[in-house]
Design a protein around this ligand. Structure first.
Ligand SMILES: CC(C)(COP(=O)(O)OP(=O)(O)OC[C@H]1O[C@@H](n2cnc3c(N)ncnc32)[C@H](O)[C@@H]1OP(=O)(O)O)[C@@H](O)C(=O)NCCC(=O)NCCS
Length: 293
């Protein structure tokens, strides 16, 4: 068993092979960013494992156009509560400042320890960006409104995987519009799109909306990118109920779901508060904070 009382060493990682070694301590999606020269990586080393440095914590930041962003902060459980996160943030912020960042942003799922840490560094008050709802398919399946939303016959719901060339064309046209919210475009990883629950909707044979779902973690589907091209109260619910029903009935290996509801879409917030939050096992709040240097 390692002696965790020994104080880990704080290092700035520059070499590609060292940066690769800390990849398991952050999100897999950040692996390519760890190799980017605009990325700053600080790590805590506690001895060696198999002759390689053994890293027990890290902070990762990105610098672009006068703005720094804290992407990741992590300390292994055995090493927590000794000021190490403080050390990681302090060095990262200093580094971004040396690169002439005028501000540093951070986004995180709100919890008291993070609120405390970033307040201590002088970050502005948290601004709510998204509510993240966590569900399980057992609870969703039991809900009456999920089972029964009749739609007029001119509307047609279909598996998004069966979108025709005409549907695709319409989708591109909608996404290309100036006012189309960029957050609702398809994910950078189209290959993670979950085929069973992703749903499209046509009105009079013309595509008007879609709800794409993604497999984001083992056993977990994320409902993302709900978009409807017209102001009809029934449509977003119909898309959602169809996706949820298919998820619950057919995607049995993935019993969990999460859905992020962006704060700057008030209509969706109302729908989510009324219909979805009562079903959620947990509601987490994602916040943005900024430190002006
Ligand atoms: C958040 C995390 C990095 C903290 O690491 P750590 O090394 O234990 O943090 P530190 O010891 O430097 O500082 C913790 C501070 O929070 C305080 N704290 C601890 N628990 C707290 C709580 N529940 N509420 C408020 N403050 C709390 C401590 O008193 C300490 O403050 P102080 O220095 O003013 O006394 C670590 O818990 C972690 O890796 N968590 C999981 C990953 C995560 O949430 N990452 C953030 C993504 S941005």
């Amino acid at each position: 068993m390692k002696d965790t009382n020994e104080k880990p060493l704080l290092l700035k990682l520059v070499k590609s092979q060292h940066r690769q070694l800390v990849a398991p301590l952050t999100f897999s999606a950040y692996a390519p960013l760890l190799q980017d020269p605009n990325t700053s990586v600080f790590a805590l080393q506690s001895g060696f494992l198999d002759k390689k440095p053994h890293f027990v914590g890290l902070s990762v930041g990105y610098f672009a156009g006068e703005e720094g962003k804290i992407l990741s902060l992590y300390v292994q459980p055995l090493y927590r509560g000794r000021g190490l996160a403080h050390l990681l943030i302090e060095n990262l912020v200093k580094d971004l400042q040396e690169k002439r960042a005028k501000m540093v942003g951070v986004s995180y799922m709100q919890k008291p320890i993070l609120d405390h840490l970033f307040t201590k560094f002088g970050f502005e008050k948290p601004v709510e960006k998204m509510r993240v709802l966590h569900f399980d398919s057992k609870t969703m399946r039991r809900t009456r409104w999920v089972r029964n939303i009749p739609l007029p016959s001119k509307y047609q719901l279909f598996p998004l995987a069966e979108a025709t060339g005409k549907d695709q064309q319409k989708m591109q046209e909608i996404f290309g519009r100036k006012d189309f919210p960029k957050e609702l475009r398809f994910t950078k990883n189209p290959e993670t799109i979950e085929k069973i629950s992703s749903t499209g909707e046509r009105k009079n044979a013309i595509l008007i909306g879609r709800l794409a779902t993604h497999k984001v973690a083992p056993k977990t589907i994320r409902y993302t990118s709900l978009y409807v091209d017209e102001n009809n109260r029934l449509i977003p619910i119909a898309l959602m109920t169809t996706a949820i029903r298919n998820h619950c009935e057919k995607a049995v290996d993935d019993p969990f779901a999460i859905q992020g509801v962006l704060t700057n879409y008030p209509k969706m917030q109302i729908l989510a508060k009324r219909k979805l939050e009562p079903l959620a096992n947990k509601v987490a709040i994602s916040v943005d904070r900024t430190l002006f240097l």
